[in-house]
Design a protein around this ligand. Structure first.
Ligand code: S3P
Length: 171
């Protein structure tokens, strides 16, 4: 089985993917890291030098490769991956893929995103005071895509171990 973790920036997808994969004895993969390796630039550099449309096309290509191969593992998507093209249809169409939405509140996402905003091209130009409103609006737009996941796990105020335990119980 392939587990796909999705959710907004700062919801803990990469951290949970690593911990869950370790627990299940499978590999953890990160879509953003694969895009970086494929292009030879960091995510902020790709946005700066090539633009978001280029990034979204690469994101789709790498997603297709990851979803369509036979390997098992836990794959952390980027925050926007489910919301572009028909990426969520692709993810939902595979019988061996279980998708999990890591759901977090606006206030916890704000705290986590503020901690490393310079690494996040979509947040970079926004004033710290405006981040909660930005995330609120953005999350409202993205929620219908995230909620198409097979499972939804609330991550607020939970440790990594608690989230991993909950996912294991649900699977
Ligand atoms: C994005 C989220 C980022 C990365 C890119 C775009 C988004 O991934 O893919 O900066 O559109 O929300 P993380 O959710 O891992 O930060």
């Amino acid at each position: 089985m392939k587990i796909v973790l999705l959710g907004y920036m700062g919801s803990g997808k990469s951290t949970i993917a690593k911990a869950l994969a370790l627990e299940m004895g499978v590999v953890a993969k990160d879509l953003d890291k694969q895009i970086e390796a494929n292009v030879g630039l960091s995510i902020p550099e790709i946005f700066e030098q090539k633009g978001e449309l280029f990034f979204r096309k690469k994101e789709r290509q790498v997603l297709e490769f990851e979803i369509n191969n036979e390997s098992e593992g836990v794959l952390a998507l980027g925050g926007g991956t489910p919301c572009y093209g028909n990426n969520m249809d692709l993810i939902s169409s595979q019988h061996n893929v279980r998708s999990i939405y890591l759901k977090a509140s606006i206030s916890s996402l704000t705290q986590r995103v503020l901690a490393d905003s310079s690494e996040r091209p979509l947040i970079k130009g926004i004033k710290a005071d405006d981040i909660p409103e930005f995330i609120g609006k953005h999350l409202f737009e993205r929620m219908p895509f995230y909620e198409r996941a097979d499972l939804i796990v609330n991550v607020d105020q939970k440790s990594v171990e608690e989230v991993v335990g909950e996912i294991r119980d649900l699977l």
